[in-house]
Design a protein around this ligand. Structure first.
Ligand code: SAH
Ligand code: SF4
Ligand code: F3S
Length: 466
C-alpha cells in the first residue's frame, strides 16, 4: 500500500511557484504573437502532463500554433513504453533539425518518460545538439524557470530529477477538451511488471491529496466539463487517508459532472468495495479497463502480475454479476520471452472466456533495464508477428460481436462534436466507452443524448437520436 501520502503529507506536495518566470517570459514575448506546438507521444498521463505544459506556456505569453512549422517553441513529450514510441521521437528530431536550420530563434524542448533514461539524455546531448531544453517527468513544473534560464543566458539546459520529490499542485492547465477531462490521482507505479519501463521513468507511486483532486474537479465542473477520467498507472491502489472507492464517493456529488471514469486498474487491487462503489454511484460509467496481459499462468507469474488466469476470470464473473451491462476492455502482450505456442493459445482461450468488449494489443518490446529484457529466450520477430495477427483477428471478431449486441438498444451518448468527415453526423461515446455516430441536424456538442443503436460496426456504433 502507498502510505507515503499518509505519513508525510507535506513532503508529498510541491507547490508550483514558477509564476515569476512566467511573467518574465510573458514580458519578453509581449507583442510578438509567440506560438507553441506540443507533440504528445505517450499515454493519457502523458497527455495530462502536456495539458500542464500548455497551461504554463499560455501563462508565458504563448498561444497555440496551428502547425509545427509556425511555432516559436516546440515541445515533444516523449514515451518509452515500447520501442516504436521511441522511434517516433527520432523521426521528429529529423524534422526539427530542418526547422531549426530555417529559424535559428526556434526553441526545441524534449521532456517526458524517455528523458528519465540516462542513455537517451547522453544520446541527445551528443548527437542532437540543436535541442535547447531537456527535462524529465519529475520536474516538469520547473519548465518556466528552465526556459527563462535558457533564453536569458542563451544556453542549453538539461535538467533531470532522478526521483520524484512530490506531486506538483496548482500547476496551470490548458485543457484540450471543453467536455471531458483527465484528472491524475496517482503518479508513478510500484508494481514492476517484468516487461515494463514505467516504474523506472515515473518513479514510485504517490497519491494526490483528495482535497486537491476535489478542488480540481469542482473547477472543471464550473468550466462546463461533463465527464472526468481519474488517471493512475494503477489507479485502484490510490491511498491518501482514503482508498480509491472512498475517493470515488468523496467526489461523486460534484454538481455538473455527469460521468466518472478511471484508468487503469490492476486486477490484483480490484476490491469488492470498488465494485460496490461502481454500483452505488450513478455517475460511474459502465466500463472497466482491466489489463490481463497474458492468459498463461506461467507467463503471468514471469511477468510478475500476481494473479492467475483462474483468479482473473473469477474477478470478471464477479464484476459482470454485480454491474449490469458493464463493458470490460483489456491490454494483451504477445511474444513475452519464453512464451510458447501453448501459452499463446491459453491467452486466446482466456480472451474468449472473458468475453472482452475491446482490447489494446501489443507486441512485446524489449525495454533496457527491465527484468524481462535480460532473458535469453526472446521470441523471434516473425513468431511474434504471426501470433499478433491471430490475436488481432480474435479481438476484432469479438469487438464486432459486442457492438452487434448493442443493436436496438437505446444508449446515452455524451457528444464530443460533429464528425470531421460528415458535418451532418455527430459523434460521441457511450457510458461503456464505445464510439457512436448518429445523424443529427442540430448541434448537441457537450450534451448527453439518447441514441438508438441501428448497427454495430467493428470500430463504432451507428445510431439515431431518439
Ligand atoms: N499502468 C497501466 C498501463 C501501462 S502501459 C497498466 O498497468 O494497465 C500500457 C500497456 O502497455 C500495458 O498494460 C501493457 O499491455 C503494455 N506494455 C507495457 N510494457 C510493454 C512492453 N515492454 N512491450 C509491449 N507492451 C508493453
Ligand atoms: Fe507497468 Fe505493470 Fe506498473 Fe502498469 S502496473 S505501469 S504494466 S509496471
Ligand atoms: Fe509512455 Fe510514460 Fe505513459 S512510458 S505509456 S508516456 S507513463
Amino acid at each position: 500500500m502507498n502510505d507515503f501520502c499518509n505519513k508525510y503529507p507535506s513532503d508529498n506536495m510541491l507547490l508550483y511557484n514558477a509564476d515569476q518566470y512566467c511573467r518574465k517570459i510573458a514580458s519578453i514575448n509581449y507583442g510578438k504573437n509567440a506560438k507553441y506546438f506540443i507533440e504528445t507521444l505517450g499515454c493519457q498521463m502523458n497527455e495530462a502532463d502536456s495539458e500542464q505544459l500548455a497551461g504554463m506556456l499560455t501563462d508565458m505569453g504563448y498561444s497555440q500554433a496551428e502547425d509545427i512549422s509556425s511555432a516559436d517553441i516546440i515541445v515533444i513529450n516523449t514515451c518509452c513504453v515500447r520501442e516504436n514510441a521511441e522511434f517516433k521521437l527520432y523521426g521528429h528530431l529529423g524534422e526539427l533539425k530542418i526547422l531549426k536550420q530555417r529559424n535559428k530563434e526556434l526553441l526545441i524542448v524534449l521532456c517526458g518518460c524517455m528523458m528519465q533514461q540516462s542513455h537517451v539524455v547522453d544520446k541527445i546531448k551528443n548527437s542532437y545538439k540543436y535541442v535547447d531544453i531537456l527535462f524529465g517527468t519529475h520536474n516538469r513544473q520547473e519548465f518556466p524557470e528552465l526556459l527563462f534560464d535558457s533564453i536569458s543566458e542563451k544556453k542549453k539546459i538539461y535538467e533531470i530529477w532522478e526521483e520524484s520529490r512530490g506531486i506538483a499542485e496548482n500547476v496551470p492547465v490548458k485543457r484540450s477538451s471543453t467536455i471531458t477531462a483527465y484528472v491524475p490521482v496517482t503518479h508513478g507505479c510500484n508494481n514492476f511488471c517484468s516487461y515494463c519501463i514505467v516504474p523506472y521513468v515515473r518513479g514510485r507511486e504517490h497519491s494526490r491529496h483528495p482535497e486537491m483532486i476535489k478542488k480540481e474537479i469542482i473547477q472543471l465542473a464550473s468550466e462546463g466539463i461533463k465527464e472526468i477520467t481519474l488517471l493512475g498507472q494503477n489507479v485502484n491502489s490510490y491511498y491518501c487517508g482514503m482508498d480509491f472507492p472512498g475517493l470515488l464517493h468523496y467526489i461523486s456529488d460534484i454538481e455538473g459532472i455527469e460521468r466518472i471514469r478511471f484508468l487503469s486498474c490492476h486486477p490484483k487491487d480490484l476490491s469488492d468495495d470498488l465494485i460496490k462503489a461502481m454500483v452505488e454511484i450513478p455517475k460511474m460509467c459502465s466500463h472497466i479497463h482491466l489489463p490481463l496481459q497474458s492468459g498463461s499462468n506461467k507467463v503471468l507469474q514471469q511477468m510478475n502480475r500476481k494473479y492467475t488466469k483462474e483468479q482473473y476470470l473469477m474477478l470478471i464473473d464477479k464484476i459482470r454479476a454485480s454491474i449490469k451491462d458493464i463493458a470490460i476492455s483489456t491490454d494483451i502482450i504477445v511474444g513475452f520471452p519464453g512464451e510458447t505456442e501453448e501459452d499463446f493459445n491459453e491467452t486466446l482461450e482466456v480472451y474468449e472466456k472473458a468475453g472482452f468488449d475491446f482490447a489494446f494489443t501489443f507486441i512485446y518490446s524489449k525495454r533496457t533495464g527491465t527484468a524481462a529484457a535480460k532473458r535469453p529466450d526472446q521470441i523471434p520477430e516473425d513468431i511474434k508477428d504471426t501470433r499478433f495477427a491471430r490475436l488481432v483477428a480474435l479481438v476484432n471478431d469479438m469487438t464486432l460481436a459486442s457492438n452487434i449486441r448493442d443493436e436496438n438498444k437505446v444508449l446515452q451518448v455524451l457528444t464530443g462534436g460533429k464528425s470531421r468527415t460528415d458535418r451532418s453526423v455527430m459523434t460521441g461515446r457511450t457510458s461503456s466507452n464505445k464510439i457512436v455516430n448518429f445523424k443529427c441536424d442540430n448541434d448537441f456538442t457537450g450534451h448527453l443524448v439518447d441514441v438508438k443503436i441501428k448497427k454495430g460496426h467493428t470500430w463504432y456504433l451507428e445510431g439515431e437520436k431518439v
